[in-house]
Design a protein around this ligand. Structure first.
Ligand code: NAD
Ligand code: FES
Length: 285
């Protein structure tokens, strides 16, 4: 059992959790993720490790309450426990140095981008960061991202904060300005990572994306997270989660990620009807 030490709402539906998990904290590297289970009847979901503290033995997760499991997690409070935290999983991000890198975070994907951007900055790279959100209230980690960037930009779809538009509008301007950007990291919703990859391809700029595939075991055995990269089948959990954006079959991945939408909706509806009833025992918990 893993205790929630701290819980802080960052934006509507987006919450930061500090969870006591000393073994995971000790081994975490930028780019790793964990698979959690909230309780014994719950599904397993992957969540990127945003940070860790070996002194306090805690890990940081930032979670958007979208599906049944993330909504169940959102009902937990400081001092409550979650059943499983398995990890760290996935390959750590290869941290190169001496480059000029554009780090692009879309929505809650910004949380996943933060540890990578920090590690790239610490390694001496020049960092141009672009954070995009639908509106001002959904911008997260603004201060933290700015601190690990040489140049920092925010876009909002509705123009309620900073530049109006998508992250790709700002990125195109930077690429056209010939600033020497020779690498791009993009983490966010699939349509954003596809749009960033399509944009950088004609500029011949290497682009890494982090694929949030459906996962079950996280160890390469179930095949749930398979993706096609450069025409070959890969497992996001053990071969990734980062891949060359120009080689990813995003259309196939979008189809696969949406294949459970109907079942997810049924599951959420059932959960919302009885949000605090323990169905196993048939009584309020
Ligand atoms: P969102 O839909 O609000 O988009 C965030 C930003 O991405 C937008 O403001 C825009 O700048 C950019 N964007 C979105 N679509 C674009 C497009 N077609 N072209 C160019 N730019 C575009 O993001 P959200 O609601 O916070 O994201 C939720 C999704 O992100 C969920 O589906 C979640 O699974 C996914 N996600 C992915 C990762 C990952 O590791 N890749 C991590 C966390 C969340
Ligand atoms: Fe099962 Fe990747 S989650 S193979």
């Amino acid at each position: 059992m893993y205790c929630i030490i701290e819980k802080k709402v960052l934006a509507p539906t987006i919450t930061k959790y500090l969870i006591e998990a000393p073994y995971v904290a000790r081994k975490r590297k930028a780019g790793n993720f964990v698979i959690i289970r909230v309780d014994e009847t719950g599904e397993r979901i992957p969540l990127t490790l945003v940070d860790s503290n070996t002194d306090t033995g805690t890990i940081t997760l930032i979670v958007q309450a979208l599906g049944k499991t993330t909504k169940a997690l959102a009902l937990k409070n400081e001092g409550d426990f979650i059943l499983d935290v398995m990890g760290p999983l996935g390959n750590p991000t290869p941290i190169e140095s001496g480059k000029t890198i554009a780090c692009i975070g879309g929505g809650v994907g910004t949380a996943e981008l933060y540890p990578i951007t920090k590690a790239l900055k610490d390694a001496g790279n020049t960092i141009y960061t672009i954070v995009g959100a639908r509106s001002k209230e959904l911008v997260i980690l603004e201060k933290e991202m700015e601190q690990v960037s040489d140049k920092f930009y925010i876009t909002t779809d509705d123009g309620s904060y900073k530049r109006k538009g998508f992250v790709t509008d700002q990125l195109k301007e930077l690429l056209d300005a010939n600033l020497g950007i020779n690498m791009v990291y993009a983490i966010g919703p699939l349509p954003m990572m596809r749009a960033v990859s399509n944009l950088t391809k004609p500029y011949n700029v290497r682009t890494l994306v982090s694929l949030n595939a459906v996962m079950v075991d996280g160890t390469g055995m179930c095949g749930g997270c398979r993706v096609t990269v450069n025409g070959k089948m890969k497992f996001a959990c053990v071969d990734g989660p980062e891949f060359e954006g120009h080689e990813v079959d995003f259309d196939e991945m979008l189809l696969r990620n949406h294949s459970y939408t109907d079942m997810e909706k049924i599951s959420i509806d059932r959960f919302l009807e009885e949000p605090h009833v323990c169905r196993r025992e048939g009584m309020a918990s």
